[in-house]
Design a protein around this ligand. Structure first.
Ligand SMILES: *[C@@H]1O[C@H](CO)[C@@H](O)[C@H](O)[C@H]1NC(C)=O
Ligand SMILES: *[C@@H]1O[C@H](CO)[C@@H](O)[C@H](O)[C@H]1NC(C)=O
Ligand SMILES: *[C@@H]1O[C@H](CO)[C@@H](O)[C@H](O)[C@H]1NC(C)=O
Ligand SMILES: *[C@@H]1O[C@H](CO)[C@@H](O)[C@H](O)[C@H]1NC(C)=O
Length: 395
């Protein structure tokens, strides 16, 4: 805040008062509570939990009724409305992130989103068309990011014009918040390929190595502020429960699979250690580990107290089985009846009362709850609020 010139025209008394107020403001800003970081941009890496249009841009749009609650139409998100990353952007005063792969109408001046639905940390030995997992794994997202820095700076400096409004300033790359939410699909990809729990767990160290090297890479390109989400309680998601009945056999009192959730928690334990190690290695950078698992599990285990219906009941889907989830007809899914396409995967009447949107993803109401849990830093290591995440540095 520059308030330099105003004192000169004021009376001595007012000037003294102003400088006292200014001093008090400075003291309170520098005190324990900490000053906001003023991140000018956000660069996000991840899967469908934070995809704002990447998979839709390349592989076909998420169909209606996705987007119905907030955007009034499909908006590249597998949700009725906003995702946690959207609430993060809102809180930081940044426009919703454009997907890097979306070439139409995008504005990257304050960030870019490299996440796509179905993405994994590890490269998959299969195709989207066979398994449903995205070919845009984390290493590909990191190549896209490298291209983005290089090309955006070239175009910003050499083409100018409208591009200066659409691309970030050079200094934003070191000032930005880099957010990560990925790993859920590495666990489900293993299980869906019929691996045993031992095989899935044996993969975790390699996932951590890959994630570490990608973050090192981003740091090498100037990234200094990292906000890393843990993976959620996968064992509470209808699609995972239905796909591996053997893994889902033993349930906790809420109805979630104990085994799936144990593996998610083990992944998160390793992730937290990985983030701590990075914090030690790079004292010039800030790393915040965010326990999204705890926020999601709190919502699911206390759903009725928090004003939600059965947390395992899918809002948008085709009536089938105990979760209203039909793996053959997803949200917005259609079937051909006497030569006419009929939508079977319909939304429930009140998504605001549901936790699960489509059996895989959370509703906007659930995402908002999760965001409210994490924004203040109460679930973070170190316990730093979102707006101060540039301060999560090592000693
Ligand atoms: C893909 O195959 C390679 C070579 O066999 C193997 O090293 C790698 O772990 C596999 N990846 C996954 C995700 O299964
Ligand atoms: C960035 O662009 C320059 C000029 O086009 C090129 O020489 C350089 O190799 C590029 N670097 C990367 C990492 O793509
Ligand atoms: C792009 O977004 C920035 C703010 O983030 C805004 O100032 C600018 O006008 C936008 N440009 C266009 C062409 O939409
Ligand atoms: C996994 O096992 C099930 C049940 O035996 C089988 O139907 C399915 O094809 C297998 N999937 C893969 C990817 O091997």
């Amino acid at each position: 805040m520059a308030s330099g010139g105003s004192g000169r025209t004021a009376t001595a008394g007012t000037a003294a008062l102003l400088s006292l107020v200014f001093l008090l403001l400075q003291v309170s800003a520098g005190a324990g509570a900490g000053a906001d970081c003023h991140f000018p941009a956000v660069f996000n890496f991840g899967d469908s939990n934070s995809d704002t249009g990447g998979l839709s841009a390349a592989f076909g749009a998420a169909p209606p009724p996705n987007g119905r609650t907030f955007f009034g139409m499909p908006a590249g998100r597998y949700c009725d409305g906003r995702l946690v990353i959207d609430f993060i952007a809102e809180n930081l005063g940044i426009p919703y992130l454009s997907a890097y792969l979306n070439s139409v109408g995008s504005n990257f001046s304050q960030g870019a989103n490299f996440a796509t639905a179905g993405s994994t940390i590890s490269r998959q030995n299969t195709s989207l068309f066979l398994s449903g997992f995205s070919p845009i794994s984390l290493d590909v997202q990191s190549w896209e990011f490298e291209q983005f820095i290089n090309r955006s700076q070239f175009v910003y400096n050499n083409k100018g014009g409208i591009y200066r409004e659409l691309l970030p300033k050079a200094e934003y790359f070191s000032q930005a918040l880099y957010t990560f939410d990925i790993g859920q699909n590495d666990i489900t990809a293993g299980y869906f390929a019929n691996m045993t729990t031992e095989q899935v767990v044996a993969f975790i160290p390699e996932l951590m190595e890959r994630l570490t090297s990608i973050i090192q890479n981003v740091h090498g390109f100037g990234g200094r502020n990292f906000w890393i989400h843990s993976t959620g309680p996968i064992g509470c998601l209808p699609y995972a429960l239905i796909r591996r009945p053997d893994i889902a056999a033993v349930k906790d009192k809420v109805g979630c699979s104990v085994t799936y959730n144990k593996v998610a928690q083990l992944f998160n334990q390793r992730l937290k250690e990985t983030v701590a190690r990075l914090r030690k290695t790079y004292p010039d950078a800030a790393f915040t580990y965010v326990d999204v698992y705890a926020a999601k599990y709190k919502l699911i285990s206390q759903a009725s107290k928090l004003g939600f219906d059965d947390p395992l009941l899918t809002c948008c889907g085709h009536d089938a089985g105990p979760y209203n989830f039909d793996p053959k007809v997803g949200c917005g899914g259609k079937v051909l009846v006497k030569g006419k396409w009929v939508v079977l995967g319909k939304s429930c009447d009140d998504p605001a009362r549901r936790v699960s949107w489509d059996g895989v993803h959370f509703t906007e109401a659930a995402n908002k709850f999760v965001f409210n849990q994490i924004v203040g830093g109460g679930l973070s290591d170190p316990p730093m609020p979102l707006r101060q995440a540039c301060r999560s540095k090592g000693q």
